[in-house]
Design a protein around this ligand. Structure first.
Ligand code: PRX
Length: 574
């Protein structure tokens, strides 16, 4: 592969917690990071204690931890408030016999109670499982069932999407803003937490004890429950310092929802472990509201995603009229490839270089990043975090030289690496099939200065607006529709969303193709799974390309769609 990156943006004067990259890499020891935690002395670990209670004990209780706003509410909570509210919910959970290792899920919009409850779950050593509020029935059921969740925090609006009769292990539901019906295990969150003590002794844990679960998609099978443990805090804290560059007086805004890993690792843990004020905006995306949030809260560090930046770019100069974004000091991105064009636009309109970061649900924290003060090559994900070794391997595990495309791999272990795939050790082992390495599923190459360049997914996963979608989950839903005989789902390029979902469908006898049927099928997926997983394009076909063993060949569908060579067709049916 030739050198494709002629452009290099100059280093900017920028105070950085990392300092010189080369020096930081050669002097780095995880042990030095670990010494920053109280458990290094006491031997007792609890994420919620380190992120919240510790600040109260060390005299920072009055500092604002959470600045919340949505179109109707505007509230601020200090670290002392968070301590109290999470203690209360922890006590409520204990009252119902819930404790260490139990999975307690959250299915609700971004609002302060979500944060109180999540911290309360962690305080008692239970494992939190946040679900994105846009999930519909099947998506919710699959995740609650697989995790064996014993309790769920939700709202009356979302409760109808929880198929309780099919979830025997789910014994308790806490309704935020709703009434109790104790006989059927429905508890009123507000009443319950007001009636218990505000004092609580956290459950003291080991570094390998459970913390949080996030479901992510693969190209086959149901979503995978990625299980993270307490030690992840080491990486959250450290990357908060040297990548987000968090400093004492920062006002930090991570735009991700806690239903996705970015919204917990970097919407909750990294800022609060560093004692920094975190902004949460409820409601839907809207350029004016977003800029207004930055201006009103005085956001200094902003972590968002390429699709959001592209939407802001598309909103044009009108959306910027009269807004003052001069508080911004550091802007970062994650989740999908960040277009060089967007970086140049950010330079112009925000006076800020957007710093790309690369990581995954499974990695728990950032691994390859652009650091404050470093030369940025637009289009590159950056360089490995000090303490992390990344490489490009061929399929046999041989390390490839610069500019060769191959499997992006990370030397195991690192602190925030997932501890397992819930209920599925075989799928966990797949990531570790080459001894000593974690195989990410991304293809990339490294240049001769150690910068990494993303090339694509190795598997069939679709990345739409930064959300990873498993084609199998969508196909399974599609074939539940009475008109659908078979379905094959691929991602196709889209200027705004990176990729969008396209479904190829063969119809059952008695159904004929029509635009109405397309709309009906798309709505069926939207209602069953979620809006982001629903196909934005549908094409009816008499027959789908299949292997002789009957597997639909997405690769062939994709090649035809993109007018590319289809590669090896020796296994195709006819
Ligand atoms: O393909 C990569 C892409 O998102 C995948 C991980 O998705 P998820 O587990 O949902 O986590 C997203 C947020 C941590 C990766 O395998 N991805 C993530 N960051 C980047 C990226 N692709 C290109 N550039 C990035 N910076």
């Amino acid at each position: 592969m030739g050198k494709v990156h002629g452009e290099r943006l100059p280093r900017r004067a920028h105070h950085s917690n990392l300092g010189d990259y080369g020096q930081a890499v050669s002097h780095f020891k995880w042990g030095d990071v670990e010494r920053q935690f109280t458990w290094y002395e006491t031997g007792k670990v609890n994420m919620a204690y380190e992120a919240v209670d510790r600040h109260v004990e060390e005299g920072r209780g009055d500092k604002t931890a959470l600045l919340y706003s949505d179109p109707v509410r505007e509230e601020a909570y200090s670290f002392a408030d968070l301590k109290e509210q999470s203690n209360r919910f922890g006590n409520v959970l204990r009252k119902y016999g819930i404790g260490k290792g139990d999975r307690v899920f959250l299915f609700m919009p971004r609002q302060p109670e979500l944060y109180f409850c999540l911290l309360g779950i962690l305080k008692i050593g239970a494992v939190a499982g946040p679900l994105f509020e846009a999930f519909m029935e099947t998506a919710v059921k699959d995740r609650l069932e697989d995790s064996g969740a014993v309790a769920l925090v939700t709202t009356p609006e979302l409760l109808p999407r929880v198929k309780r009769e099919e979830l025997p292990e789910l014994r308790h539901i806490f309704l935020v803003g709703g009434d109790a019906d104790e006989e059927s295990g429905l508890h009123a969150y507000d009443l319950e937490s007001a009636s218990v003590s505000a004092e609580l002794e956290p459950e003291w844990l080991g570094l390998e004890d459970g913390l949080i679960m996030h479901y992510t998609s693969g190209s086959t099978g149901k979503p995978k429950g990625v299980y993270h443990v307490q030690r992840a805090m080491i990486q959250h804290y450290y990357t908060g310092k040297v990548v987000l560059d968090l400093q004492k007086d920062d006002i930090y805004w991570c735009t991700a929802d806690p239903g996705w890993v970015t919204g917990t690792s970097y919407g909750i843990f990294a800022p609060w472990l560093n004692g920094v004020t975190s902004v949460v905006r409820g409601g839907r995306f809207n350029p004016r509201d977003w800029y207004d949030t930055i201006e009103r809260c005085g956001v200094t560090v902003w972590y968002s995603a390429p699709t959001a930046f592209r939407m802001l770019m598309g909103a044009g100069s009108e959306s910027l009229r009269g807004v003052d974004l001069s508080s911004l000091r550091h802007v970062l991105s994650v989740g999908e490839p960040l277009n060089p064009e967007v970086i140049r636009w950010g330079d112009k309109v925000y006076g800020q270089r957007i710093h790309d970061t690369w990581w995954m649900t499974e990695t728990g924290g950032m691994l390859i990043c652009n650091y404050p003060g470093m030369d940025i090559k637009p289009g590159s994900m950056g360089r490995p975090l000090p303490g992390i070794t990344a490489a490009i391997l061929d399929d046999q595990g041989k390390e490839l030289p610069p500019y060769s495309m191959g499997n992006l791999a990370i030397r195991t272990p690192w602190p925030s690496m997932m501890e397992r795939i819930w209920n599925n050790p075989a799928r966990y082992e797949e990531y570790l099939r080459i001894p000593g390495w974690y195989i990410s599923g991304d293809s990339a190459y490294m240049d001769d200065e150690g910068y990494f360049w993303f090339q694509g997914r190795v598997d069939d996963c679709i990345n739409s607006s930064g959300e990873l979608i498993g084609p199998f989950e969508v196909e399974s839903k599609l074939v539940e529709h009475p008109a659908v005989a078979e379905a094959g789902v691929i991602g196709i390029p889209d200027a705004l969303r990176g990729e969008i979902v396209k479904a190829f469908i063969s119809l059952r006898e008695g159904y004929s193709p029509s635009e109405t049927l397309k709309a009906e099928i798309a709505a069926f997926v939207r209602a069953g799974l979620s809006a982001h997983a629903a196909p934005r394009e549908i094409e009816f076909k008499d027959k789908l390309p299949k292997t002789r063993s009957g597997k639909i060949m997405r690769r062939v569908l994709k090649a035809r769609e993109l007018h590319q060579p289809a590669g090896d067709l020796s296994t195709i049916e006819d």
